[in-house]
Design a protein around this ligand. Sequence first.
Ligand code: NAP
Ligand code: G4F
Length: 330
Amino acid sequence: MKRALVTGITGQDGRHLSKLLVENGYQVFGLIRGQANPKAEMVLEENPAIEMIDGDLRDLSSLIAAVEQVQPDEVYNLGAISFVQLSFKQAELTAEITGLGVLRMIEAVRIVGGTDNNPIRFYQASSSEMFGKVRETPQTERTPFHPRSPYGVAKVFGHYTTMNYREAYGMHASSGILFNHEGPLRGLEFVTRKITNSLARIKLGLQNEISLGNLEAARDWGFAGDYVEAMWLMLQQEVPDDYVISTGEIHTIREFLDLAFEIAGYDSWEPYVRHDNRFDRPAEVDLLMGDATKAKEVLGWTPKVGFRELVEMMYESDLASETEKMRRNS
Ligand code: NAP
Ligand code: G4F
C-alpha cells in the first residue's frame, strides 16, 4: 500500500486529492495545523480512512517529524495562504507560509529522504498567478513569470525552490502550474463560489444582492476534481517535471454571472450585483489562459468538466445546502 502525506488536506484540493488517493489504494496522512482544528473533523467525516498528523508549514521540525512518522512514498504540498486578496493585507505571513513553507517542506523531505530505491516523490502546488501580468497568451511552462501579488511572488519562490531541489539534489520534485479550479468545495471567499452561493441565497430570499470588485478579469476555470488527477499523474512519471494544467478556455467574471443567473432562471444579473471597491485589488491579473498541451502529451491528462457543467454543479450544490440550512433553522 502506497503512503501519501498531504499538506493543506482541509482545503478544496486536499479534500478532492485525498478522496482520489484513497480510491487509488493509498494510505493517506493529512498534515493538520493548530489546536483542535475544526476542519480536521469535517475531513475525517468525509473520509474516515485518513490519518491526521500535527504540523505547520512555519515549523520545520514539525515537518521533519511528520515525514519521519509517515515514511511517505509521495508528499503533496498543497498548504498555503491561497487567497490573493488576503496576501496584500498579510504579505509577510504569505511569504512565510506560501513561500518559505515550500522550502521547509521540501527540506524535510530531503533530510528524511526515503530509501535509495524508493526516494520520496514531491508535488508542489504552483499557480498560474505566477504569470500575473502575462507576457504571452496562452501561457505555457516556458512563459516568463511576472507576479502581481505577494501571493504570486511567494508562489514563484516555491516554484523555483522545487526546481532547484530537483536539479541540485536529484529529487523527484514536480510542480503543477495549475490555473483556477473550482467546484462545490471551493472557499466562499473566491469569486466563483461567492457568486453561486449568493445567487442560491438570492433565489431563496435570504439575501438581496452580491457585492463584487472587478468584473472584467478573465480566468481559465476548470473543475478541481479533474485537476487533482493531474497532480497524481505527475508523481507517477519516472522523470519529475513541471506542467501547466488548464482548460484553454477563458471567461470574464461578467460571463460567469451571465451563465449562473441564466441557470438560476433570471433574465439579468444587473439588478442584483453592486460594485464594492473593497474587492478591487492593488494590482490585478487581467487574463489567464493556459496551454496544457504538455500535460496532454506526457501525462495523458485532459479536463472532463466543461464551463457550463461546472457552474451548474456549483449552483445546484449551493442551492441544496442553503435549502437544507433553511429547513434546519425553521
Ligand atoms: P485552500 O482551500 O485555501 O486550502 C489551503 C490549505 O492550506 C488549507 O488546508 C489550510 O489549512 C492550509 N494551510 C494554511 N496555512 C497553513 C500552515 N501554516 N501550515 C499548514 N497548512 C496550512 O486552497 P486550495 O484551493 O485547496 O489550493 C491548494 C493549493 O493549490 C494551494 O497551495 C493554492 O495556493 C494552490 N493553487 C490553487 C489553485 C486553485 O484555483 N484552487 C490554483 C493554483 C494553485 P487550515 O484548514 O488549517 O486553514
Ligand atoms: O476567485 P479569485 O479570488 O481567484 P484568483 O485571484 O484568480 O486566485 C485563485 O486562482 C489562482 C490561480 O490562478 C490560485 F493560485 C489562487 O490560490 C486562487 O485560488 O479572483 C478571481 C478574479 C480576480 O480578478 C478578482 O479581482 O475575480 C475578481 N473578483 C471580482 N470581484 C473578485 C471579486 N474576486 C473575489 N475573490 N471576490 C470578489 O468579490
